[in-house]
Design a protein around this ligand. Structure first.
Ligand code: 0GY
Length: 304
């Protein structure tokens, strides 16, 4: 099948620099995706965007180029609940990738078991309205109840303004819960203001909730260095990520978000995203927890 990518969509950047920051041995990219290729793994009819292809081989090449050890591949909404591209990537990773799937109510135990064998360790619930249609809460709770006995967790994606209405649902989930992209704060608002502090309160009061400190390129208003002439990229995101890394040091994860879906103003150089890490995790100890200890405990507990 031929797919035409959505207008304005930027392709991922094929010439990333080699990072100056030396990642610790075995660092995990805990948030990335594969897209298709559409000819082999068609995009879902219900998708809200059509991406450019981004194959498992291209992801694994980036992993090796950046000095990353392992990946956690997150099912992207353009594939709906058809997890074939994800499973294919996991099965071809030599055990160096785990996955987060999207499933529907009624998924059979046999399918869940098959996914577990391939390396799936969680499901994603998406509340970002431009990406997905609404799914009733009782359906999500039913899915959470089904995956909990497998030791899987729930990944949630939402925007900061929607947290008050979602709070009760999130804090009632029976599993470990991992929040994508710091709950998408509006970084033009103060880090100590009510919006981000509500998110911090949720983590403080609920030790089963973790956060990815990902996507400075998506959240930033100050932008990358080439646009604003500053030495450091994504300066306005730093205080948010840093606060989480320092306060919840055992519950934070880092990832590239490659191939960076839905970016329309600039596409980051993934090498520079690696160089961003010391700004948000300033000591070798914090870096090791963020990049190795935490993701290994969550995704490869048998090796820790
Ligand atoms: C991300 C962010 C986005 C997209 C998706 O599954 C997706 O389509 O997650 C976004 O558009 O903000 O995590 O990749």
């Amino acid at each position: 099948m031929e797919f035409q990518k959505s207008p304005g969509w930027l392709d991922w950047y094929a010439g990333p620099c080699r990072p100056r920051f030396r990642l610790p041995q075995g660092a995990v990219d805990a948030h990335c995706h594969v897209f298709g290729p559409g000819a082999q793994f068609p995009y879902a009819p219900e998708r809200k965007y059509t991406p450019c292809d981004a194959s498992k081989d291209q992801l694994f090449a980036l992993r090796d180029h950046l000095g990353i050890g392992r990946n956690v591949i997150v099912q992207a909404t353009c594939h709906g609940s058809d997890n074939r591209a994800l499973l294919d990537a996991l099965r071809n990773s030599n055990g160096r990738a785990r996955g987060i799937a999207t499933v529907k109510r009624g998924v059979t135990d046999a399918v869940l078991q098959e996914m577990h064998a391939a390396g799936v360790r969680g499901v994603r619930f998406n509340f970002v309205k431009r990406l997905v249609d609404f799914t009733p809460r009782d359906e999500l709770l039913e899915i959470a109840g089904r995956i909990a006995p497998l030791g899987w967790h729930v990944v949630i994606y939402f925007e900061a303004v929607d947290l008050p209405g979602l709070w009760e649902f999130f804090t009632a989930l029976p599993t470990t819960v991992v929040v994508d992209h710091m709950g998408r704060p509006d970084v033009s608002k103060p880090v100590g203001g009510p919006e981000f502090q509500l998110f911090v309160k949720m983590l403080r009061e609920h030790p089963n909730i973790w956060s990815k400190v990902t996507c400075p390129e998506r959240l930033s208003l100050s932008g990358p260095p080439a646009l604003n002439g500053e030495r450091h990229a994504y300066r306005d995101v730093v205080p948010f990520a840093r606060l989480l890394v320092e306060t919840f040091r055992d519950r934070v994860l880092w990832g590239t978000d490659w191939p960076h879906p839905n970016l329309k103003d600039h596409m980051p150089d993934d090498g520079l995203l690696v160089d961003f890490i010391p700004q948000i995790a300033a000591t070798p100890d914090l870096q090791h927890k963020l990049l190795v200890d935490n993701p290994m405990r969550l995704y490869w507990p048998e090796e820790t």
